[in-house]
Write a protein that binds this ligand. Structure first.
Ligand SMILES: CN1c2c(nc(N)[nH]c2=O)NC[C@@H]1CNc1ccc(C(=O)N[C@@H](CCC(=O)N[C@@H](CCC(=O)N[C@@H](CCC(=O)O)C(=O)O)C(=O)O)C(=O)O)cc1
Ligand SMILES: N[C@@H](CCS)C(=O)O
Ligand SMILES: [Zn+2]
Length: 761
């Protein structure tokens, strides 16, 4: 069907159904294999994906969705935006690419940050006035040819030029006021050259992803969008252009794209169903392809096909071609639900990437050939949707009554001074108390024990003994170092969300449901399908075992409700805020049980507080209100003398700074080392006046900080915060590090603390 799109997905997972790419990358990086081995694995993964998508019956198969690490990094390399410090390493192209992604001994990697409001991370390109844009890598063209040789005409997917620049940051040479977007004209020339090459290679369509326009944008940015697509649309030699906007509504950008000379627009009708009302009024659509994103690309629920068809019916006649697609790339979901050993009823409600492709194909056929052509598929889907909507296991009347009975006082503690004095008496800590964020290095032995327990090759008792040995070692190490508030080290947790989900009612776990988080790193998000409750304590045994080994206070360690939601696949049948309340009550039970077992300090981590912030400002306050409320509900069930800590990392905190204050934790430990304590001033400016532990060293790097560097940071911190409120801790947990470096780094942290204490009068 030349010229049309019909049915398609906007992108596909690439890590491999059994994480083949992860293993191949890690072997290459450790020099166990060579470049040819890695390229072989990559090619096979691409070929398998193209065949799978083509054979499933998609009319248009996306291409260039493979990446060795990250699609934004790929784009930077394609357009020649490789900073000098990586070029100067003199490495071959592949190793230069990996140096940008992971750093080398002499040169740190590019900064990494979250891809919009997902749990995927991209590498932040650095752009300056002198960045020499040129078409420097032709992977997109080569992969188009590779698919064409198999008889599949793929639709290469590129990060759009505006989104690329909007996600970039100014390089170190850029003058004040420079914005990467200032370079759009030069970048457009490179895209024009690439589009021409793709056309010459035979590409009919190219997809340009512009999700940056699902967030609030300035008039200048919208003008740049109009001008860019006027230019790209006007090129004489180019494939048809499909511009994809996803993760929300495109707002004013939608009209701009529809009145531009591009050939198609893909919209996300899952995150933003309201767009359906606006589309038929846009007459410019009549000569374009509209890809209606009707299948959720980032959650794992089966699509309500009847509802999707009803939505499509409202759009019939509005566009030159009405095509069916996913709301966004399927990168964010696992490959296939089939091999999962999940309760059959819950499993029948799920659709991973393979199943979503089939849903898109079914919808496409229904639109083209009529519902009768796919009557069986529609009936199966309908039965599963009805079953899920009415299933007993989704609703728990006890949980619902408990939520209904909640009163504002359940989320309020006594005034801070009262708590502070009670805690000072209970804990008797020295000035500048020292602590860590929770996890200690996850040794091979610890990981092995977990894997052996999963496989059944060791029994529960052996596993517990081995974890207890590790806890004892962590306690002894902390005592030896002289830390003040100890932790048990979290050896029993492979992942700080996955672990809790396995204890909670309302969650299901997968065995193979890996999703790329960044590079070779994957997560296995749990599936939150029903009302959440906590049948039994989750951490009390480990924590009290640790407390029994020492007279110092041991800090209980929990993950907060927002982070549990952010890193799970969550139910879509009720507002997220309602689900957060249920999770908060489960955590509240755990906090209270820890207190009852004699634990005097409890930390509830919320590293994902910033991540779930809606992209549009108009929706942010509502989110922040329920996010804060859920944390307070989780942590307000204790007496004044129990000290509540929280921990935040992985983000810029500017947009959530008021919310951090509103959490009302007694102590907040927060990533700060890399930004040299700037967050302290931001917090003071908005009136934060409780305990604060700015991270004094970056745990993301194996480098051991000198105690003099930490002394410097403590001096800076003491300028912003009075000594009686300052805590000393690393930036985040230590699980990705090794014991040797952790021992040295913490020793230096304690030496710096001793010196800082001596300067206090
Ligand atoms: C802090 N971050 C997290 C995010 N999301 C989460 N859900 N959790 C997080 O911690 N998002 C933001 C950041 C992202 N950062 C990271 C950092 C590191 C990883 C990572 O290393 N992932 C591991 C897998 C971790 C895990 O779950 N391990 C389990 C299972 C281990 C495993 O692979 N087992 C094998 C068998 C092994 C054997 O010896 O037999 C298997 O199941 O096949 C565990 O340790 O028990 C990774 O390897 O990618 C992710 C995000
Ligand atoms: N307690 C967790 C927080 C990570 S953000 C840890 O230490 O790993
Ligand atoms: Zn952290």
């Amino acid at each position: 069907m030349t010229g049309t799109i019909g049915s398609t997905v906007l992108g596909y997972p690439r890590i491999g159904p059994n994480r083949e790419l992860k293993r191949a990358l890690e072997k290459y990086w450790s020099a166990e294999t060579d470049e040819a081995d890695l390229r072989d694995v990559a090619r096979k993964l691409r070929v398998d994906s193209w065949h799978a998508l083509h054979n499933a019956g998609l009319d248009s198969v996306p291409g260039n969705t493979f990446s060795y690490y990250d699609q934004v990094l790929d784009t930077a390399v394609t357009v020649g935006a490789v900073p000098h410090r990586y070029r100067e390493l003199g490495l071959n192209p592949l190793d230069t690419y990996f140096a940008m992604a992971r750093g080398v001994e002499s040169t740190p990697p590019l900064e990494m940050t979250k891809w919009f409001d997902t749990n995927y991370h991209y590498l932040v390109p650095e752009i300056g006035p002198d960045t020499a844009f040129s078409l420097s890598d032709r992977t997109a063209v080569e992969q188009f040819r590779e698919s064409a040789e198999l008889g599949i005409t793929t639709r290469p997917v590129l990060v759009g030029p505006l989104t690329f620049l909007l996600l970039s940051k100014p390089d170190d040479d850029a003058p004040d006021g420079f914005r990467p977007l200032d370079r759009i004209d030069d970048l457009v020339d490179v895209y024009a050259a690439l589009l021409a090459e793709l056309r010459r290679a035979g590409a009919e369509w190219v997809q340009l992803d512009e999700p940056a326009f699902a967030a609030d944008r300035t008039q200048a940015e919208l003008d740049a969008l109009r001008e860019t697509y006027r230019q790209l649309g006007g090129l004489s030699e180019r494939p048809k252009l499909l511009v994809a906007g996803y993760f929300g509504d495109l707002g004013d950008a939608l009209k701009i794209l529809i009145s531009s000379p591009v050939d198609g627009v893909a919209v996300d009708l899952v995150t933003d169903p309201a767009t359906v009302g606006a589309l038929p009024t846009l007459t410019g659509l009549l000569d374009k392809t509209l890809v209606a994103g009707l299948v959720d690309g980032r959650n794992i629920w089966r699509t309500d096909l009847d509802k999707a068809l009803a939505t499509a019916a409202k759009l019939l006649g509005s566009a030159g071609e009405l095509a069916v697609g996913t709301s966004c790339s399927l990168l964010h979901v696992p490959y296939d639900v089939e091999p999962e050993d999940i309760d059959p009823q819950v499993k029948s409600w799920l659709a991973f990437a393979t199943q979503k492709v089939r849903e898109v194909v079914t919808l496409g056929r229904a639109l083209r050939e009529g519902r009768d052509a796919v009557a069986t598929d529609l009936a199966v889907a309908r039965a599963a949707i009805t079953d899920r909507a009415t299933a007993d296991r989704v609703r728990d009347s006890d949980v619902r009554s408990r939520v209904a009975a909640l009163r504002p006082e359940n989320s309020r503690r006594a005034e801070y001074p009262v708590r502070r004095d009670a805690q000072a008496a209970a804990l008797a800590l020295p000035p500048l108390p020292t602590t860590t964020i929770g996890s200690f290095p996850q040794t091979t032995d610890v990981r092995k024990a977990r894997a052996q327990l999963r496989r059944g090759s060791i029994d529960e008792a052996t596993y517990r003994r081995r974890m207890r040995e590790e806890i004892e070692r962590v306690i002894r190490l902390q005592e030896d170092l002289g830390l003040d508030v100890l932790v048990h080290g979290e050896p029993e947790r492979g992942d700080m969300v996955q672990y809790f989900s396995e204890y909670l009612e309302g969650f299901a776990s997968t065995h193979h449901g890996w999703v790329q988080s960044y590079g070779s790193r994957c997560v296995r998000p749990p599936i939150l399908f029903g009302d959440v409750s906590r049948p039994e304590p989750m951490t009390v045994d480990w924590t009290t075992y640790a407390q029994g080994l020492t007279s110092k206070p041991v800090k209980g360690m929990l993950t907060g409700p927002v982070t549990i939601l952010a890193w799970s696949f969550v139910r879509d049948d009720q507002p997220l805020g309602d689900t957060a309340q249920q999770v908060a009550l489960a955590i509240r039970d755990e906090v209270r049980d820890l207190e009852a077992a004699g634990i005097r300090v409890v930390q509830v981590d919320e590293p994902a507080l910033r991540e779930l912030l809606p992209l549009r400002a108009a929706r942010q306050q509502e989110y922040l209100d329920w996010a804060v409320e859920s944390f307070r509900l989780a942590t307000s069930g204790v007496t004044d003398g129990t000290q509540i800590h929280t921990h935040l990392c992985y983000s810029e905190f500017g947009d959530v700074i008021d919310a951090i204050v509103a959490l009302d934790a007694d102590v907040t430990s927060i990533e700060a080392a890399r930004s040299r304590m700037e967050v302290l001033r931001d917090l003071s400016d908005v009136g934060y006046a409780k305990g604060i532990g700015p991270g004094v060293y970056d745990i993301h790097s194996p480098r051991v900080p000198e105690s003099s560097e930490i002394t410097e940071l403590l001096r800076a911190a003491l300028e912003a915060v009075p000594a009686e409120r300052l805590w000393v801790n690393p930036d985040c947990g230590l699980k990705t590090r090794g014991y040797t470096e952790v021992g040295h780094a913490l020793r230096n942290m304690l030496a710096a603390t001793t010196r800082a204490r001596a300067t206090l009068s």
